[in-house]
Design a protein around this ligand. Structure first.
Ligand code: NAD
Length: 284
């Protein structure tokens, strides 16, 4: 299937990044968020990344203008008919919220439109089941920050068709990224491995074994990780990390995935990481 127009639902750190890479690669992009402020911040983020690319000589000024002209912000999902060939959702990591979004999209979008979710850990098959188009539904999991990271994890639901999968592989390639196809199990591959490591890092601080800085230092200098797990958790968002741990815990029913109480407390305090200005570290 030829995809020309993309719609991105959710303009947070992932949604804005996804809109950016599609607009940069020549697609018409519509970006929607339920929160108008988030939409404004999303657009600002995209402009800032483009400006940095120009300053580094990676992008021409007129390429930036063309890409921005291909990007349209949507404040009311129901105001105009949806015309997108492909819709990708990147709202909060909550099953019920995602299901509600797709129930609505299923009513509003043309029948040929393919649906994708950027979920980090939730069951693709279960979200797809709220739509009448499970064969046109897939997981397309981008990594953070989207403009930089090469990987896209592709997850087929039980009913996902071969042609939907092929279209999403072609889109991934058109964005200059590389796909890895994995099975629909909690956390897929990336977060099944990454999140328990982050959770364990939080436990080492919670149990007083080392300071936040020292835990990160051990993993950077000792394991050659470009960034420590607690700093990475701040970049991902501590609310997202907690949601993923809860999904792994519930999905596998294994106590090894129980979220650290300190992680839960940081989220309760609103210390959500970089996006909130404060998490394990403070950001200006
Ligand atoms: P975020 O908190 O930065 O953004 C979420 C956005 O969704 C917010 O702007 C919010 O206003 C919007 N939203 C909430 N409910 C909505 C609704 N009903 N309709 C429209 N918009 C709505 O979160 P994020 O980090 O961008 O994560 C988004 C998704 O991407 C999650 O599923 C997450 O698991 C996944 N993901 C995150 C990362 C990461 O590193 N943060 C990486 C890969 C995938």
């Amino acid at each position: 299937m030829t995809v020309k127009e993309i719609m991105v639902i959710g303009a947070g750190q992932m949604g804005a990044g996804i809109a950016l890479v599609f607009a940069r690669s020549g697609y018409e992009v519509k970006l929607y968020d339920a929160d108008i402020e988030a939409l404004r911040r999303g657009k600002q983020y995209i402009e800032k990344v483009f400006e940095k690319d120009i300053a580094k000589g990676k992008m021409e000024a007129d390429t930036k203008e063309k890409a921005l002209n291909r990007l349209q912000l949507v404040v009311d999902l129901e105001a105009d008919p949806i015309t997108a060939d492909f819709i990708i959702e990147a709202v909060v990591e909550k099953l019920e919220v995602k299901k509600e979004v797709f129930r609505k999209l299923d009513e509003l979008a043309p029948t040929h439109t393919i649906f994708a979710t950027n979920t980090s850990s939730l069951p693709i098959t279960e979200i797809a089941a709220v739509t009448g188009r499970a064969e046109q539904f897939i997981g397309m999991h981008f990594m953070n920050p989207v403009p930089v990271m090469k990987l896209v994890e592709i997850i087929r639901g039980l009913e996902t068709s071969e042609s939907t999968c092929q279209t999403v592989q072609e889109l991934t390639e058109a964005l200059g990224k590389q796909d890895v196809e994995v099975k629909d199990f909690p956390g897929f591959v990336s977060n099944r491995i990454l999140m328990p490591m982050i959770n364990e890092a939080v436990y080492t601080v919670f149990e007083g074994i080392a300071s936040i800085e020292d835990v990160d230092q051990v993993m950077k200098l000792g394991m050659n990780h470009p960034m420590g797990p607690l700093q990475l958790a701040d970049f991902i968002g501590l609310d997202t990390c907690l949601s993923i741990m809860e999904i792994l815990h519930e999905g596998f029913g294994d106590s090894k995935y129980r979220p650290c109480p300190l992680l839960r407390q940081y989220v309760q305090a609103g210390r959500l990481g970089k996006k909130a200005g404060r998490g394990f570290y403070t950001y200006s």
